[in-house]
Design a protein around this ligand. Structure first.
Ligand code: NIG
Ligand code: FE
Length: 420
């Protein structure tokens, strides 16, 4: 008997399911695509009810809407598990200074950098902050990002950090990209606490985390807590204190680790059961080994060294050899990497981290979903998951990464809704 469904996306030249085991694809498993040639996806109530060969599914299902993906490939929507949305304004002037030879950390030490965006974000109204970020999310969506993470960290005082959380909620309500929220009050030491890092850490623990925990309970939104563990920012001991306090208050944990210096943050993230450790450029061998033992997902952000014109990238091969789970993200932020496209990130990961297109695709979808704790709901085209998928303008997924600088997304489907 024919079963009726809401939507059939049919006749795709390739359907990349990207099947999980129960968790992310670890180590050398990365890149398992579960590819179906001439494939079809059946969708009901925003969820995937079946995937398989077109002939088989067309014999089983009739649909109210159909999308013919003939000559095109279908993949899961991209998940971007590390962005710094929402921020206000830009720092094009600093990019010019960097082109003239100033380093990112020098600009930061001179009161620019993150602090510059903090000043702009603090003075923006909630409405202005939301309005500044809506077009950014619209561009992300057009480039295939159907879910993303969003962080605070440009408030660095309780009220302004909570304003950023409110902005995330408003953005969730006003556009289709689903956002997972992360609280990052320890993103930098604000100017008022210059030279008094310990006092700022105390403020984070005594006032800011409890305020966000109360907000989380009131809003019913689960928050992650993140820290920028870095030389000249927050050291390993301070990072530990903040993350332990956050964990005790019910936050999930994430961590900026090893971006410019390897301080042991990745091992700490694994020890504390963080869902992800992010950046991982200067990661020491012991920390790479720890990733193979723990459940923490390594989130690599190749747009950032590219954005900074640095030479070093995440040692992806070593992480995979150690059995680690690797994901990709943009790090979209106004300082180091204003990149809204996971396709660009895939292109960089293939060139500078030695990933195949298949590995990069799985890292940008299934593993990225696990890096924000949503691997059960999104990131692959498996039965029961949300119907978040992309029809690409190309017949072969291997065009991803190979081609760059143009958008290969033809149609985005989010929770079963055909967006364009
Ligand atoms: O991930 N490293 C810290 N935070 C960002 C940069 C933020 C900024 O410069 O505004 C990053 O690269
Ligand atoms: Fe970041």
């Amino acid at each position: 008997m024919m079963q009726s469904v809401d939507l059939l996306v049919h006749s795709a030249s390739q359907l990349c399911v990207v099947p999980g085991p129960a968790g992310p694809q670890r180590g050398r498993e990365l890149g398992t695509l579960g590819l179906i040639e001439d494939g079809t996806v059946a969708v009901q109530d925003g969820r995937i009810v079946a995937t398989g060969p077109t002939a088989e599914l067309r014999a089983r299902y009739t649909a109210r809407h159909t999308l013919d993906a003939h000559g095109r490939c279908v993949i899961p929507g991209f998940v971007d598990p590390h962005t710094h949305l929402p921020w206000y304004g830009d720092r094009a002037n600093e990019f010019e200074q960097r082109l003239a030879g100033a380093s990112y950390m020098e600009i930061m030490a001179a009161g620019g950098g993150i602090m510059s965006t903090v000043r702009q974000t603090r003075s923006a109204t909630l409405e202005a902050l939301v309005a500044d970020n809506l077009p950014r999310l619209a561009r992300m969506l057009r480039h295939g990002t159907t879910s993303a993470e969003a962080k605070t960290g440009y408030g660095l005082e309780t009220a302004a950090e909570l304003k950023q959380l409110e902005a995330i909620v408003a953005l969730i309500e006003r556009q289709p990209v689903e956002l997972t929220a992360t609280f990052l009050p320890a993103h930098a030491v604000p100017a008022e606490y210059q030279g008094r890092t310990e006092a700022y850490v105390e403020l984070v623990i005594a006032e800011m985390l409890p305020a966000a925990a109360k907000w989380m309970a009131g809003r019913g939104v689960r928050l992650y807590c993140d820290v920028f563990c870095e030389e000249g920012v927050f050291d390993l001991a301070q990072t530990r204190r903040i993350l332990e306090a956050a964990r005790a208050l019910g936050f999930g944990l994430k961590l900026h680790a090893d971006e410019f210096a390897g301080l042991g943050g990745t091992s700490l993230a694994v020890e504390l059961g963080a869902v992800s450790a992010d950046h991982l450029v200067q990661t020491p061998p012991a920390d790479i080994a720890a990733l193979g033992r723990g459940r923490t997902v390594a989130v690599s952000l190749p747009g950032t060294p590219f954005g900074l014109a640095h030479r070093d990238y995440t040692p992806a091969g070593a992480i995979l050899n150690a059995g680690g789970a690797l994901a990709l993200a943009t790090d979209c932020n106004p300082g180091t990497c204003w990149c809204e496209s996971m396709q660009m990130v895939i292109a960089l990961a293939c060139r500078y981290q030695g990933l195949t297109q298949a590995q990069a695709l799985a890292a940008a979808t299934l593993n990225a979903a696990h890096a924000i704790g949503r691997g059960d709901e999104i990131g692959s085209l498996e039965t029961g998951k949300q119907a978040d998928l992309l029809i690409l303008d190309v017949a072969d997924y291997r065009q991803l990464g190979y081609r760059f600088g143009a958008n290969l997304v033809h149609t985005v489907v989010k929770r079963g809704h055909v967006l364009e």
